[in-house]
Ligand binder design. Sequence first.
Ligand code: F0G
Length: 461
Amino acid sequence: MKSNFRTVIEPFVIKSVEPIQMTNRNERKQILKENHYNLFKVPAKDVLIDLLTDSGTGAMSSAQWAGMMLGDESYAGSNSFQKFESTIQEIFGFKHVIPTHQGRAAERILFSVMCNNQSVVPNNTHFDTTRANIEFQGSEALDLVIDEGKDPNSLFPFKGNMDIQKLERAIQKHGKEYIPLCMITVTNNSGGGQPVSMENIRAVKTVLKQYDIPLYFDAARFAENAFFIKMREDGYAHKTVKEIVHEMMSYGDGCTMSAKKDGMANIGGFLCTNDDQLAQMEKDLLILTEGFPTYGGLAGRDLEAISVGLQEVLDENYLAYRIAETQYLGEHLTGIGYPIVQPPGGHAIYVDAKALLPHIPPLQYPGQALSAALYLEGGIRTVEIGSVMFGKVDESTGEEYPANMELVRLALPRRTHTQSHIDYVIEVMKELFNEKDKLTGYKIVKQPKYLRHFTAEFESI
Ligand code: F0G
């Protein structure tokens, strides 16, 4: 990983290691078959480099582990909660902090309280759990990302931005009384981990203010987004990431957060709001399924790990390394000839499988084909973000509609892999590139009603 001057080194040393269990191609062929070609079903011990997700899979720091020993496990009013609450209030600036066991629990509570079966919730691009939780309320989830955000080749620096005209039109079409909140996902995971500019956040807020619609952030990768603003947006180069985060959040009325991402923890999340009445309703629901409001389904030690993680993620040496690692992988894959979502995002590289494998039609899941091949050839686990994840099946006719894009995501867990791990991924993908025309598609032979990608079973065509 190079900056303009020298290699960007991992800004840490390794204090504890976990061995990788090696497998060969024949073994992996069998493992794939046994698990119906769904990589979510493959046991982690059979994976060499796990790029399935950056969620909860990162390494914690020695300070986080030390913090865990301070965990106060009192049921009510623990010290660990007080630290958690004050850390989040200080960084994010929201009034009420409600701990949850992960991001989707915060989403479920938020939408249960704010939405009904006539509601419409705009976002740049909803993450799959966000969309599913909105639809579970009978509400509609609208994706209003700018057109550049749907063009894998566009080099626009803020491809996570929301289209302000589409937002205005959506409000006029549906009526402000049917839009209980608007969300912005930073960074825009489902659109390629692309950042949202401060200018765009401000513009969204200006529109929403006219109609009295609250703005909530899906803040999972808030620090990565802030670092992109620092690097790419005029007027922010000399601000600290913490100052940038503060400004971003100042335009919001609350947020949902998966602390498994930029919380640098293995589990956890939270929901924030400035609204006293909503906070009360949210806490009532929290008690029903997550736990008392000072632990919300988490152990005191988890609250400690998150409090430390949220401070560490703001370290600009860490963020510079984080973004350089992703860019290093992206640039090498581009060099081989892989079409990827450009420019490289924060936490992951997204290969455009539709462009890579034009001989496999979308409803034969080119992303699934690439993902399975990466596992077979190199023991690398990735995730399809295409028609398996976002394809729609019309329940009355059984007809299936493909997603807009057929992507394969290589997500980088935080502080987990060295550069030689990444070099290995690049080597495997170089070999696979030469064989890509031989890959074939898949069909789904079994699937559940919601979030089918987790459990669907496939057969090779
Ligand atoms: N929002 C975004 C933008 C996410 O990326 C995720 C999770 C969530 C919400 C839900 O959080 O997992 O803590 O319940 N993304 C993971 C991923 C699963 O692999 O991208 P959670």
